[in-house]
Design a protein around this ligand. Sequence first.
Ligand code: NDP
Length: 244
Amino acid sequence: MDLTGKTAVVTGGSRGIGRAICVELARRGANVVLCARSVEGAARETADLCGSNVIVVPCNVADAADVKNLMETAREAFGRIDILVNNAGITRDGLLMRMKEEDFDAVIATNLKGAFLCMKEVSGVMMRQRYGRIVNISSVVGIHGNAGQMNYAASKAGVIGMTKSMARELGSRGVTVNAVAPGFIDTDMTAALSEKTKGKMEEQIPLKRIGAPEDVAKAVAFLVSDEASYITGQVLCVDGGMGI
Ligand code: NDP
């Protein structure tokens, strides 16, 4: 699954799953363009882990001008964009009765509109190249729902709908669009959960362990490779069997 000469844009690439994706794609030879809102600290560390063919671009994926600049910078640096991984995501959890409107809007803006803006910006480039690989990071919560995460579930279910629609729109131009739906993965996003809650969740996972960011990164690396060239519009759950 060699990616030498390919250029990958990974949103939210500074930490957690995004970092593991950047490192895995770079390890396979890809040029990596990683974005996050904060490009100091963690983002620089990720860039160091990726080696030399990497650039870090500040970008809020919910902001159309930022996304335009991200893609232009990527093309200026490496000439083309072969791979887009829409990974940037946030949570603002709460039961519906207590969920504030701004918590709903913030999650939709980053997780759903962000993916829309990035796909809109790269789809023309990929269609002209007659080649592209898009992977959208959804969640098992987008498939099964979760109490206290109505906003997040809506955004992640929306990502699946967008993935299938884009797969239909872009298929004839050699562009595949798939989603990866992680289960419970050990990152900053899940760090706030108590050991007791984590233990309970582990019990419910058939493989009896919480996932690592690298588990997700390997699935993404497969979907963006030539080995996956006849796979499009699919949702690959990387959840240790949690959703069976
Ligand atoms: P983290 O919170 O560890 O990292 C999130 C990353 O996204 C950071 O790099 C962050 O950088 C970036 N980010 C957040 N908002 C924006 C924004 N508006 N624009 C650009 N970058 C942004 O999250 P995870 O690694 O856990 O999650 C990654 C993806 O996987 C998300 O889409 C998440 O929903 C999904 N997922 C995670 C699961 C888990 O168990 N961890 C399970 C299922 C899905 P910065 O803050 O500097 O912008």
